[in-house]
Design a protein. Structure first.
Length: 222
């Protein structure tokens, strides 16, 4: 049974059979903002919401060694943070992103993740000690204005969910009002096994470069 993650909570990544997990996924499902509009308010106005799910990989010394974030970010702004152009696959292919969703669900919650990062835990290079997952809102809205933004960690693939380990809803939490970025959690190695720790720190970062820099400085010794 999935648990609702709370800040600081840690979970072991094992299958229900007790064996170690190999296929780990982080998914985010969110909705566009819908309101009445048009003549006499009979129409419907939809405001797209562009959330970006990303990952930062730190080596065993706490240094940024790889990353996944949207290729749509402007290179000239990324360069101000010392970051290269975005990509959807880690260097050795162990982490993959399903692609950038620019709008969110329209017409209600379809129950499907808009963006997913998959992790082949067995394929992560040994020099990688931690993998941080984070969320940025590319628009001017904060999380409290989004109808729903649900995050879940599960075993499986983008097309098949085998077992959900944990989840939480960003939009429903008071602490996320006024915030536009969220450092969700991290995978880390301990005694040769991968574990997951929920972080849940919301920030006012307006660009992915700020969040990557924050992780590299403030969380490298987490």
């Amino acid at each position: 049974m999935a648990i609702n993650l709370t800040k600081g909570q840690r979970i072991d990544l094992k299958k229900s059979s007790g064996t170690s997990l190999t296929d780990f996924c982080v998914g985010v499902n969110w909705g566009a903002i819908e309101s009445r509009g048009g003549f006499l308010g009979l129409g419907k106005k939809v405001q797209d919401i562009d959330l970006d799910l990303s990952a930062a990989l730190l080596d065993t010394n706490g240094q940024l060694c790889d990353y996944i974030y949207s290729p749509l970010y402007r290179p000239e702004i990324l360069s101000k943070f010392g970051l290269p152009a975005g990509k959807l696959t880690a260097a050795n292919g162990a982490l993959k992103h399903t692609g950038d969703d620019l709008s969110g669900d329209s017409g209600g919650d379809d129950g499907l993740d808009n963006e997913i990062i998959t992790v082949n835990l067995a394929g992560v290079p040994p020099e990688v000690g931690q993998i941080f997952f984070f969320l940025n809102n590319c628009g001017s809205e904060d999380f409290s204005q989004i109808p729903y933004a649900k995050i879940r960690m599960f075993e499986g693939s983008p097309t098949r969910v085998k077992e959900v380990f944990a989840s939480y809803n960003v939009a429903s939490e008071q602490q996320y009002q006024g915030k536009r970025a969220l450092i969700m959690g991290r995978l880390y190695r301990k005694n040769g096994e991968w574990k997951f720790a929920a972080i849940g720190d919301a920030t006012e970062d307006t660009f992915v470069g700020q969040t990557v820099a924050r992780i590299a400085i403030e969380y490298k010794n987490a």
